[in-house]
Design a protein around this ligand. Structure first.
Ligand SMILES: [Zn+2]
Length: 70
């Protein structure tokens, strides 16, 4: 299984490993929690690093396939 998040034009995308995931987040893709200890994706617009959001890997894949966040 490929654990690398796919790119999205205009965004910086990083993998957060399970070990590094020490907080709970809410995924904007499905509006469900990402529990601590679950590897996931963090992404932000290149020009707006303050808008970083945490995504489930599968939810981020949907966004990347679509080619845009919303
Ligand atoms: Zn999600």
């Amino acid at each position: 299984m490929d654990l690398l998040p796919p790119p999205l034009e205009g965004y910086v995308v990083r993998r957060v490993s399970a070990v590094a995931a020490d907080k709970a987040y809410r995924c904007p893709g499905c509006d469900n929690p990402i529990a601590p200890g679950v590897g996931h994706v963090v992404a932000w617009p290149e020009s707006r690093p303050e808008d970083r959001r945490h995504w489930h890997l599968h939810c981020w894949r949907v966004v990347a396939r679509r080619g845009r966040i919303a």
